[in-house]
Structure formats: C-alpha cells, structure tokens
Design a protein around this ligand. Structure first.
Ligand code: TPP
Ligand code: MG
Length: 280
C-alpha cells in the first residue's frame, strides 16, 4: 500500500468516526429533550459529515458570516439535531449547547432559526422552502460577484411540496450552476412510505426533465458522497442534484425498522440499546 492510499484510508476512518460521534450526540440530545427527530437526523449524518469535514464546504467557524463562504441550508429543518451536532463539531459553538435542545428560551430550538446560533444560514422547518432560499443566495451572490456554492439538503417527503418544483424550474431557468441540492432519499416521510403517501418516482427523470444535472449515490458511503459533492461544483450552466439513497434511522436497527419513530425520541431503555449498537 503506498502512502497516498494509507493517508486516504486514515481520512476515511476519521470521517466515519466523526459520523459515529454525531449519531451519539443526536441520540443524547433527543433523549435528554424527550422529543425531536432522531431517525430523520441519523439518516443524513454521512451527508453532513462529507459536507463539513470532507473538504467540500468553504467555511470559517470563527467568522460565520464570511461573505465568500459556501452556504449550507438544512431545508428538512426537523433534522435540526444533526445540524446542531455537526456545527458544534465544526467549532461554531461549544458542545454544551447541544444539551439545551428544545428547552424554553434556548437558542437550540426544535427547528433551526437563523441568527440564534452561528452557522445557521436559514430558518427552516416549514418544509419546501430551502431550495428557493438557496437559489436566492445564488442569485444574490451573482449580483455581488461572489462565486460561493450553495448546498441544500431536502427530504424526500419534502419533495412532495409544490414549492420544490417551482424552485426546480427557476434554478434551471437561471442556470444556477452554483446551486446543489441533495435529497435524503430514505423512502419514508412522517406518516408512511413515500410510495404510498405521494410517489416521487421516476425521480431521476423528473429532475432531468426540469434541466438539472442528476446523480445518485449511496447516502451512507462517505467517500462516494465526498466525490459526488465535489464533482457537482464543476457542472456548468445547470443546477445539480445528488439523490442520496439512505435509510431512515440509520445505525440503530429497531429504529430503521419502524417509521413511527419519526418525531419520537427514544426512551431511556431504547437509548441504552441504541448506544450499544452505535458503539459496536
Ligand atoms: C410545510 C410542512 N408540512 C408538514 C410538515 C410536518 N412534517 C414534519 S417532518 C415531515 C415529513 C418529512 O419527511 P421527509 O422530507 O421525507 O424527511 P425525513 O424525516 O424522512 O428525513 C412532515 C410532513 C412540515 N414541517 N412542513
Ligand atoms: Mg424521508
């Protein structure tokens, strides 16, 4: 094995370790709060790890409003615990903040609020709006001759919202090649399987027909995510989307198997079992 390969594997190992720690933080935050969305948060842990630690996003945790920063918008705002965990891990604020999730008057609310904590680019939680916000950032950057990139994480259930498809049209119309959507395609929304509630398929073809560059990836394969997130930056004259195939509740078997964990924290006994699985 040559040195480059060894280095890459070490990096990948570090990223996997980070992902595991984020899962543990999400478990602890939501269990302590007694509410929140652990399964939606675990679903997107590798995506966030790749973005923040895989050398994708340009950001300065000590200068959160640096004008040239890349923007990340957590459009599926109910996965706020995942966002808070990754921002703390990246150094935007201290980890003790995490344990204030969902407390009255806490800046760590159940859904992210812009301005409450450094690193939160947008107030989200009302699903369907983040892609439009992202496009606004791209067009604003154009006016100011800033070439930052904007990544927006969408839920698959969220893609049932009409506003997503307005922004899909507008993004292509404005040739927003600095706009990159990622869909956390875990095949479930709040009340059941996407295929039953409001089918999205043929999903890839839909985005292509709207004029987007589309690629699919295993949403838990950090290396594949890093490559995809990097390569979309080179797309010209059209926005891009990465459809990341994921498992809702990834990492904890009994949560993966039960979509009713949406919006439900684990009880202390379940949390202990989850911790054991995550530490295996
Ligand atoms: C406009 C709007 N309608 C309904 C809801 C309630 N809601 C919260 S999460 C959710 C399901 C989202 O599913 P998905 O986008 O697939 O996210 P996942 O949790 O699977 O990652 C719904 C319907 C909301 N937050 N906003
Ligand atoms: Mg979903």
């Amino acid at each position: 094995m040559n040195q480059t390969t060894t280095q890459t594997q070490t990096d990948l190992q570090t990223l996997k370790e980070r992902a595991r720690n984020l899962r543990l933080d999400i478990l602890d935050m939501t269990t302590k709060a007694g509410s929140g969305h652990p399964s939606s948060s675990w679903s997107c842990v590798e995506i966030l790890t790749a973005l923040y630690f895989g050398d994708i996003l340009r950001y300065r945790a000590d200068d959160p409003w640096w004008p040239e920063r890349d923007r990340f918008i957590m459009s599926k705002g109910h996965a706020a615990p995942a966002l808070y965990a990754v921002l703390a891990s990246a150094g935007y604020f201290t980890r003790d903040m995490l344990w204030r999730l969902r407390q009255i008057n806490s800046p760590v609310q159940g859904h992210p609020i812009q301005g409450m904590l450094p690193g939160i680019e947008a107030t989200t939680g009302s699903l369907g709006q983040g892609l439009s916000l992202g496009l606004g950032h791209v067009l604003g950057g154009r006016l100011r001759s800033l070439d930052y990139h904007v990544y927006v994480l969408l839920g698959d259930g969220e893609c049932e919202a009409g506003q997503i498809w307005e922004s899909a049209m507008a993004g292509a119309h404005f040739k927003a090649d600095n706009l990159h959507a990622i869909v956390d395609y875990n095949k479930f929304q709040e009340t059941g399987p996407i295929s039953r509630e409001m089918a999205l398929e043929p999903f890839v073809e839909k985005w292509r027909s709207f004029g987007w560059d589309v690629r699919e990836v295993d949403g838990h394969d950090i290396q594949a995510l890093v490559e995809a997130l990097k390569s979309v930056r080179a797309v010209k004259a059209q926005p891009s989307i990465i459809i990341a195939h994921t498992v809702k509740g990834k990492g904890v078997s009994f949560v993966e198997a039960d979509f009713t964990f949406h919006g439900r924290a684990l009880n202390p006994e379940q949390a202990a079992r989850a911790r054991e699985e995550l530490l295996q």
